[in-house]
Ligand binder design. Structure first.
Ligand code: HEC
Ligand code: HEC
Length: 231
């Protein structure tokens, strides 16, 4: 055997060994491991973390959390939860919406727990989720005025969702989640797909499915992102 072929064999062996080591440690310490806080706080009692789990009537689905939320927002929410759905639509005892969330605060996590849980939630994604649908360019003044009419009158989004009036006051219905400052919370591509094909998210709830073309969907998405209230 020549010197160089021994060298080649050695290199091959080294590659095999390092691949095996990587596999072994990769499976012992996967970066995407589920943090213990998920179990200790009973997140699964109210949320679906995988599309294969049984649908919960206690809380919104999270099995596409990485497609839906900004991590910064998750960090803040999990540490000091805010009310997004003023009416507890997820509780059957709440028929007619008498019981408000404020009486029933969401579990809050410690700072270290939050980082682990938020990172984990960001790994929950739908396969084949298409991104890049909505450009960063905001609506022009004219487009915004037209889209406001769609949002408020043509589609009546305002009858179920909180938004802002001309002087920046919160107003609108409460049967859906508030859309005020949702640009800090929801990713544009997620809003686009939600409006266009809510079935993608296995949604069977109280929001009507609108038959929108791409152009209109993008405009409404940008409009939603512009409903911004300074604290
Ligand atoms: C007792 C039921 C319950 C438990 C337990 C629970 N949640 Fe929730 N969670 C809810 C409800 C209800 C909401 C909706 C709150 C709102 O809209 O104001 C919510 C909202 C959320 C949201 C925002 C989702 C959205 O679409 O608005 C996230 C993220 C979340 N929960 C994560 C968690 C995590 C992580 C845990 C475990 C550490 C957990 N929750 C435990 C009931 C629960
Ligand atoms: C009949 C009431 C109703 C109307 C009308 C309605 N929605 Fe909704 N919408 C809902 C409900 C209920 C949900 C909550 C689903 C959930 O959280 O499980 C929702 C969810 C949403 C969400 C996701 C918010 C989140 O945080 O999860 C967006 C974005 C949204 N709607 C936008 C719109 C727009 C834009 C329109 C008008 C084109 C509209 N909705 C019309 C009831 C409505």
């Amino acid at each position: 055997m020549s010197q160089s072929s021994i060298g080649r064999d050695f290199n091959k062996l080294r590659m095999i060994v390092s691949t095996l080591l990587f596999w072994y440690f990769g499976s012992v310490f996967p970066v995407w491991a589920e943090p213990k806080e998920i179990d200790t706080n009973g997140c699964r009692e109210c949320h679906r973390l995988s599309s294969k789990e049984k649908k919960s009537d206690k809380g919104p689905d999270l099995f596409y959390a990485g497609d839906k939320f900004y991590k910064n927002w998750l960090n803040k929410f999990l540490q000091s939860p805010t009310v997004i759905r003023e009416v507890n639509v997820f509780s059957e005892s709440d028929f007619l919406g008498k019981k408000h969330k404020a009486n029933n605060p969401h579990v809050a996590l410690t700072k270290e727990g939050v980082e682990r849980v938020a990172s984990f939630l960001m790994t929950l994604r739908l396969p084949n989720f298409e991104v890049g649908k909505v450009s960063k360019e905001p609506l022009s003044k004219g487009e915004r005025a037209q889209t406001k009419i769609l949002f408020e009158r043509s589609f009546g989004c305002i009858s179920c969702h909180r938004a802002l009036n001309l002087v920046g006051k919160v107003r609108g219905g409460v049967s859906g989640p508030s859309l005020v400052n949702s640009g800090l919370r929801l990713k544009p591509d997620w809003i686009f797909h939600w409006l266009k094909t809510p079935q993608k998210f296995m949604y069977e709830g109280g929001m009507p499915v609108f038959d929108l073309d791409d152009e209109t969907t993008i405009r409404i998405t940008k409009y939603i992102l512009s409903i911004r209230k300074n604290p």
